[in-house]
Write a protein that binds this ligand. Structure first.
Ligand SMILES: [Cu+2]
Length: 462
């Protein structure tokens, strides 16, 4: 009987230990898992990791096996034997040389792919080296069409600038799935670390030094048999946001959405470090181009609507400004042409010709955005590249809020605006330089109407 109990408690202890040790680990394909590579560079790092895991398992078995063998073979078989002192010896050159050689060979086996991996991650392959491309399974067009993103880490969010296109955004890195992405890494304050486990691995951002990494998604893995439109919902028309919200009901929920990758700052940088995440959104070439175009027109001051001009022909959908005194003295408001309007044809706001582009709440929210001094830190155009806060152009297309980790919906956004410190402790909107209790942004807690108008304005950026 005691024997059974013994065995039973042993098994229980084993299972409990297992549970404690691995209960915290979740699915291998979880959002920030390096064990679920979906790109060339991350796959390479995964392969090297697995090679070292197998080598380690082999060593564990070999050393452990030898130990068990020796323990068993040379055990004392009788009482007398256990009292005898065995013959003493010291060293065995043959065994020692063999062990040194074996360790060296193992290190070389590990070093070769590791060094190759370092070379791979440090430079985008030369498009003229057909042989290298073939070995990596890449097509020349994937490299020729590479895009560049200048990443700036700031406490506690990310700025993404696309120098080729002259646009800038924050916290969501939109990229074409079939092209290589060069990432230049800079920081404006302390050391951060850019970690995009499923695609790119990890690299530090150092003050006064520019670091680099690159990645290219494995499109087949993202599609996994689905059509492009289903597997990679478009960002520019809001499909990505809808799909993410449909699958993930709460802020902390994770359900995989094709084309959506999670990243994280991986170097402690202050109070809100744990919430300094970001997202990378893979797109088809067409959807990426459409997204770039939309951004370019939103961030191009020459394309902003002008005051109505009786000397101009307007096409259906054109936007112009008309004065609107209901929004304040000298205020203007955007109107959209409902039909083709010839020169001077509809100088007045006839309902058959012009329609208000935005709701009243949106327009008031837009004014509040200036009067409450949000513009002190936020830009809704390209000029804000050095701004203290994230660029909010087309904010209504973003899936996430407060650097990648919250749902960007009306409810979370209102919560954020009421008291961002409660949502993300230590963030530099609430605790920024020069912000004290008198600043308007610290006094929105009970201003439901104002908060709602700001929300309408911000999410209306589409
Ligand atoms: Cu950090």
């Amino acid at each position: 009987m005691p024997r059974i109990i013994n065995r039973f408690s042993l098994i229980t202890a084993f299972l409990l230990t297992w549970l404690v040790l691995f209960g915290g680990c979740s699915r291998v394909d979880h959002k920030q898992s390096a064990l679920d590579p979906k790109g060339l560079v991350s796959q390479n790092q995964y392969d090297i990791f697995m090679l070292s895991v197998w080598i380690t398992i082999f060593l564990f078995c070999a050393v452990g096996g030898c130990l068990l063998f020796v323990l068993w073979k040379y055990r004392a078989k009788s009482k007398e034997e256990s009292l005898e002192i065995p013959a003493q010896s010291h060293g065995n050159s043959k065994i020692e040389v063999t062990l040194i050689l074996a360790s060296t060979i193992i290190l070389v086996i590990l070093a070769i792919p590791t060094l190759q991996g370092v070379v791979l991650m440090n430079r985008v392959p030369d498009p003229n080296k057909t042989e290298t491309l073939e070995k990596l399974g890449l097509d020349r067009s994937q490299i020729d069409g590479a895009i560049t993103v200048n990443v700036t880490g700031k406490r506690f969010f990310w700025v993404f600038e696309y120098p080729q296109y002259g646009i800038v955004t924050a916290n969501e890195l939109v990229f074409p799935a079939s092209k290589a992405v060069r990432v230049n890494l800079r920081t404006e304050d302390v050391i951060h670390s850019f970690w995009l486990p499923k695609l790119a691995g990890k690299m530090d951002l150092m003050p006064g030094q520019e670091n680099f990494l690159w990645f290219i998604a494995d499109k087949e893995k993202i599609l996994s048999g689905e059509s492009e439109a289903d597997a990679m919902p478009a960002v520019f028309d809001g499909k990505m946001r809808q799909t993410v919200f449909a699958k993930q009901k709460f802020t902390d929920e994770f359900e995989p959405v094709g084309g959506l990758f999670y990243g994280q700052c991986a170097e402690y940088c202050g109070n809100s470090h744990a919430y300094m995440s970001f997202r990378a959104l893979a797109q088809t070439d067409d959807d990426f181009d459409a997204w770039v175009e939309l951004y370019q027109s939103s961030q191009n001051p020459n394309l902003q609507p002008a005051t109505y001009n009786p000397e101009t022909d307007y096409a259906t959908g054109d936007t112009v400004l008309f004065p609107d005194d209901s929004l304040g003295e000298g205020a203007t408001r955007e109107y959209r042409a409902l039909k083709e309007i010839a020169k001077g044809e509809a100088p007045n706001l006839s309902e058959q010709s012009w329609v208000k582009k935005h709701s009243d709440d949106y327009e008031i929210g837009k004014q509040l955005f200036s009067s409450l001094q949000c513009v002190q830190c936020h830009a809704v155009n390209r000029t804000g590249i050095g701004a203290k806060g994230p660029n909010l152009t087309l904010f209504g297309l973003r899936t996430s809020l407060a650097a990648g980790w919250m749902r960007n919906d009306e409810e979370s956004l209102a919560k954020w605006l009421r008291n961002s410190n409660e949502v993300k402790y230590g963030n530099l909107m609430w605790n920024g330089e020069g912000i004290d209790d008198d600043h308007p942004l610290r006094n929105l807690e009970n201003e439901d109407k104002v908060v709602d108008q700001l929300v309408q304005y911000l999410l209306g950026q589409i």
